[in-house]
Design a protein around this ligand. Structure first.
Ligand SMILES: C[S@@+](CC[C@H](N)C(=O)[O-])C[C@H]1O[C@@H](n2cnc3c(N)ncnc32)[C@H](O)[C@@H]1O
Length: 345
């Protein structure tokens, strides 16, 4: 899933070109590159309410794109944001239904009354640390755009490795029917992505949250209108109607004590049910491992995302299972952190 305290800014990966631009923006501490595009130097004051209350920030109809961006970035910067300029651009592009490069080519474009109202509202919410992905209502994962809101965890880039591992397991079984079960499917990011890349597989997405499954269903209808995973509600493996060849799970793994130390973007907005997992953060993973007998096929595989600090303990738990898996291994993510546990039978 993700190392919560170090989770990437939520605007990353919205669409590929935005992600790349965002990274650029972070390195542009002086603001020269982006400032040039939006008219650096002019600190707008006319369109900002003289009232210093951040929640009374008002843009006057006719404010230009360039001035709106500078003013919004200042407002976000007052809250110790590290991504204020990028966020201000992504949100304005969203309001204007344009991409970010359009903004830079049209910084004299004047905003309508409705644009001003919507932009001010988004900037106010971002000041309160609401994740950009929720403000936009979408997040890019494995090149696909998933609808997200506060009913589901925002899919993280590191979870894409889990999809790679599932697809490798499926291709190892080429020519044979494969059943895949994604436990704790949330927005459906893993299950839907696997189903899109391996349409021959039978894919289930399971979650205890009806709210999350409603989001997953909408994503499925948009991305795979004529098929896709079957979503089922219930605790861990209990709704799974048949043993699976590949069980994949990005379950909650935050320890109770860690939870209060999470960034407020995560702690105050993402579902607690998707994050917290008891005193050690292992409650869900441990229970899933206990449920595996008879739920995973002979020669099946189980792929779990974990916190880097949980690698050894989960590995030990898996080695103590009966029947004993023939292989238990840890896997690092693309940033070098231990992130996945693989069990093979
Ligand atoms: C960390 S989120 C992962 C969401 C998604 N798979 C992803 O990677 O973006 C964990 C998910 O597990 C679900 N969950 C929590 N407890 C569960 C349980 N006992 N049984 C099934 N799902 C559970 C939550 O509702 C949440 O959607």
């Amino acid at each position: 899933m993700f190392e919560r305290k170090e989770s990437p800014p939520e605007g990353d990966g919205l669409v590929p070109h935005l992600a790349a631009d965002r990274a650029d923006g972070r390195h542009d501490a002086e603001g020269r590159k982006e400032g040039r595009d939006v008219g650096a130097g002019a600190v707008p004051d006319l369109e900002v309410s003289p009232d210093e209350d951040p929640f009374n920030w008002i843009l006057t109809t006719g404010t230009t794109v360039g001035r709106a961006l500078i003013s919004a970035a200042q407002r976000l910067g007052e809250t110790n944001s590290e991504t204020e300029r990028l966020d201000s651009q992504v949100l304005l592009a969203h309001v204007l239904r344009q991409n970010r490069s359009w903004l830079f080519a049209h910084h004299e474009h004047e905003l309508s009354e409705e644009d001003c109202r919507r932009y001010a509202d988004l900037i106010r919410r971002r000041r309160r640390r609401e994740p950009v992905a929720y403000l936009l209502g979408r997040k890019e994962f494995y090149g696909l755009e998933f609808g997200v809101d506060r009913r589901v965890l925002i899919p993280r880039p590191e979870t894409e490795l889990l999809v790679d591992l599932v697809l490798a397991q499926i291709s190892d079984r080429a020519g044979r029917p494969v059943v895949v079960a994604d436990i704790g499917t949330g927005s459906g990011a893993i299950a839907i992505t696997v189903a899109m890349h391996a349409p021959e597989a039978k894919v289930y997405g399971l979650d205890i949250s009806r709210d999350a499954l409603d989001v997953a269903e909408v994503n499925k209808k948009r991305l795979i209108p004529d098929g896709g995973p079957e979503f089922l509600e219930g605790d861990l493996l209990s709704p799974l109607p048949e043993p699976a060849d590949v069980i994949v799970a990005n379950l909650p793994y935050i320890a109770d004590e860690e939870y209060s130390g999470l960034q407020s973007d995560v702690r105050d907005y993402e579902p607690r049910l998707a994050l917290k997992a008891g005193a050690e953060g292992l409650d869900l993973i441990e229970r899933l491992l206990e449920q595996l007998p008879n739920r995973v096929q002979d020669r099946g595989a189980v792929l779990l995302e974990i916190s880097p600090r949980q690698g050894e303990v989960v590995q030990r738990m898996a080695q103590e299972l009966r029947p004993k898996p023939s292989y238990v291994g840890l896997r690092r993510d693309y940033s070098g952190q231990v992130r996945m546990v693989t069990l093979e039978y």
